[in-house]
Design a binder for this molecule. Structure first.
Ligand code: MN
Length: 501
């Protein structure tokens, strides 16, 4: 039931095909084979730091996505994701062979480029690129997460300073974004794979705490689950699954630090998770548990009526069980469980072999979320120059009617937007339509707005008044340039330069 990402040691293309067969039809599988052969051929004679043939990396990336039953086009793009950057094969050739959609995703990944930690400015620039890539096509990020998870899996062969840099970047950037997108599985993997490289001593300490807790409590938990199962079934409620879940080490670490390493104060090192078929069953099971055991004060959390900001839904309660044991229970439906594991990726996840309903890439609500995500991620960054972050934090993402993303400073106006598209559109812009409403040219734009500019071909040029409200240097330069040229024209008309004879 739990999707655990384990990459086989000596992975081959057959491992991937085996997973794909579980949810793809024959045509999809055939396409995946072609993509693998294409990539293997392009990367032939290339090797990774570990000495392995390079193709093992895109293959493992695709394999991770196949474990999550992710849409075949994303899997195919992941097989090809390093081809344009690292080989002689071009993006055009990929498009000819695999179509525009896949080529576009790969272009997105290539644009992101190799993210390298080269001082704050470069780091922030990379973040910015990442957000733009996300706004353009969130599937690119899904591939990037899988790519990073495989790289973290193979860190052992890297030099020590690289190891640390990659792991730190994963903890500070990738994991918070995965969290904000609600992809619990990726967030957990990114954190737990990075943890030992960033905080090696703490890692050992947390692992020992978790292991020893497990060895003491396992027997009791098994017994409790068996007992509870019978109690629930007796009421006629159907249990889809009941299992013990171990808290991920990095999130246990954060909690331990909050509680001064007092394990007595942490009740969810292991929790019992119960999956049922409906929301009313969730509440019914909560009632059954509270009827059997007394709940701890303040530990009943109803994330169904009040979901977490990233959309997480579940009921949590901690109770005094028998023999002095304290146990946390988490109750949810299958849909809530999948949403918690896959988050936004659920839109491309095959549920019971049914093709996913794809969301619109230019989803406006999504782009609005983006601004919040940026803030979350940036608030979590440590050791970075806050001043330099500021310039990045106050950015908004606005769409053209065609869905292109334009990145602007906060409170930018339709005039800034127009100049960002083209100087002539700026110079001749006459009115603006934002989300289907006509607005004045000085209206501050918000992330996610779809902006359309109407130009007046007869318009001579920009108005001086615009200088009072525009926010970008691009717009300012163009307007001033135009006005200066006007002044020169006017001067030369009243005070003509002597003509050469
Ligand atoms: Mn890669």
């Amino acid at each position: 039931m739990n999707t655990e990402i384990i990459i086989p040691d000596k992975i081959t293309e057959n491992d991937l095909y085996k997973e794909l067969k579980k949810y793809c039809d024959r045509d999809d599988l055939e396409m995946a084979r072609l993509a693998y052969d294409f990539a293997a051929n392009a990367h032939k004679m290339q090797f990774r730091q570990s000495g392995e043939p390079y193709i093992k990396h895109p293959l493992s990336t695709a394999y991770i996505l196949s474990l999550l039953k992710i849409d075949i086009n994303i899997v195919i793009a992941s097989l090809l994701h390093d081809v344009p950057e690292d080989t002689d094969v071009t993006l055009e050739e990929i498009e000819q062979n695999f179509g525009k959609d896949i080529a576009n995703m790969i272009q997105g990944i290539t644009k992101l480029g190799a993210l390298k930690y080269r001082g704050v400015e470069r780091y922030i620039e990379n973040l910015r690129k990442m957000f733009i890539a996300m706004a353009e096509d969130i599937r690119v990020m899904i591939i990037k997460f899988a790519d990073r998870i495989h790289n973290l899996n193979t860190l052992a062969s890297m030099p020590a300073n690289k190891k640390y840099r990659i792991a730190l970047e994963s903890l500070e950037i990738y994991a918070p974004i995965a969290n904000r997108l609600g992809i619990g599985e990726f967030k957990g993997q990114l954190e737990d794979l990075s943890f030992p490289h960033v905080f090696p001593e703490d890692y050992k300490r947390v692992r020992d705490i978790s292991d020893s807790f497990m060895s003491v409590e396992k027997g009791y938990l098994d017994k409790t689950m068996q007992f509870l199962k019978k109690q629930i079934r007796a009421t006629g409620i159907k249990i889809i699954d009941i299992h013990g879940r171990k808290k991920r080490l990095f999130s246990l670490y954060l909690k331990l630090k909050q509680r001064n390493w007092d394990t007595e104060q942490i009740y969810d090192i292991v929790a019992v998770r119960i999956l049922v078929s409906s929301v009313s069953d969730c509440y019914a099971v909560l009632g059954i548990i509270h009827n059997l055991w007394r709940p701890l004060k303040g530990r009943i959390k109803d994330y169904i009526s009040q979901p977490k900001p990233n959309g997480y839904k579940s009921l949590h309660t901690t109770v005094f069980c028998d023999e002095g044991h304290i146990v946390e229970f988490q109750i949810r439906t299958m849909e809530m469980h999948e949403a918690a594991e896959f988050g936004i990726a659920a839109h491309w996840h095959y549920h019971e072999n049914k093709k996913p309903v794809k969301i619109n890439q230019k989803n406006v609500a999504w782009a609005q979320e983006l601004a919040k995500i940026q803030k979350d991620v940036l608030n979590n960054l440590s050791d970075l120059d806050v001043l330099k972050i500021d310039f990045f934090q106050n950015r908004i993402f606005v769409f053209t009617p065609q869905g292109d993303v334009i990145d602007l400073p906060e409170n930018a106006t339709p005039v800034d937007f127009a100049y960002q598209i083209h100087t002539e559109i700026g110079n001749k812009c006459n009115s603006a339509i934002v989300n289907d409403n006509i607005v004045s040219l000085d209206t501050p734009l918000k992330s996610g707005d779809v902006v359309e500019i109407t130009v007046d071909k007869n318009r001579k040029g920009p108005s001086r008044d615009w200088l009072s409200f525009i926010k970008t240097n691009t717009a300012r330069q163009h307007i001033k340039h135009y006005l200066n040229a006007q002044k020169k024209n006017w001067l030369s008309s009243v005070w003509p330069m002597p003509r050469k004879k």
